[in-house]
Design a protein around this ligand. Structure first.
Ligand SMILES: [Fe+2]
Length: 202
């Protein structure tokens, strides 16, 4: 089932019997376990040149090619701990060039979990060795540490791993997501950052 997010990006509800994760339930909005979504199945990236993305995702990122047709390609992300996420490459050579600047409300990057620092740094070195040299240094995001790599098609990928405690570093595990928390270095700008947000009701 396809629909449009208010930002204009098309979304699709995908049934995935292999996905054993529990549903996200929201009783207040009438979404029970039977109807709740389980998470993100994957994302699609429109590109001019499918071959360079094929190389980047298979040789560079160790993804597995699951489908190849006139419309594009489909890859699965290796995941020993659960269902694989999918990355779809849509071959759209006649569409307009996308932008690399920040664009509020749109998708900025796709994040992959490397599990630990060793895997992250190995992957960074592997990508750089292949010539994909547009990889950032490791950034400290408080709950996790990440590197960002620009793919040949323009889409940005994040390779991250959670630090000890992860999201529960500065909140009780059962209360994550109920309050707005800032990393220590943004604490002094809290009021200014909150003022820029739209209200959200769940
Ligand atoms: Fe991210």
């Amino acid at each position: 089932m396809g629909f449009k997010h208010p930002c204009g990006i098309p979304h699709e509800l995908v049934e995935s019997p292999a996905d054993t994760r529990p549903s996200i339930v929201n009783e207040a909005q009438g979404v029970d376990a039977q109807h709740g979504i389980k998470g993100i199945y994957g994302a699609a990236i429109a590109v001019f040149d499918r071959t360079s993305m094929d190389d980047f995702l298979t040789v560079g990122m160790s993804m597995k090619k699951e489908a190849d047709s006139d419309e594009g390609l489909m890859f699965s992300v290796p995941n020993t701990a659960g269902p694989s996420s999918m990355v779809e490459i849509l071959h759209e050579p006649n569409d307009r060039q996308g932008t690399w600047t920040l664009a509020g409300g749109t998708i900025h990057h796709l994040a992959l979990n490397s599990g630990n620092e060793e895997n992250q740094l190995k992957l960074k070195a592997h990508l750089e060795g292949l010539g994909f040299t547009d990889v950032s240094d490791q950034k400290d995001r408080n709950y996790f540490k990440s590197c960002y790599v620009r793919s040949p098609g323009g889409a940005l990928f994040e390779i991250a791993w959670s630090v000890e405690g992860g999201w529960a570093r500065d909140e009780p595990p059962g209360e994550i997501g109920t309050t707005l928390v800032f990393p220590p270095w943004f604490e002094d700008r809290k009021a200014e950052l909150i003022a820029g947000l739209e209200p959200a009701n769940f």
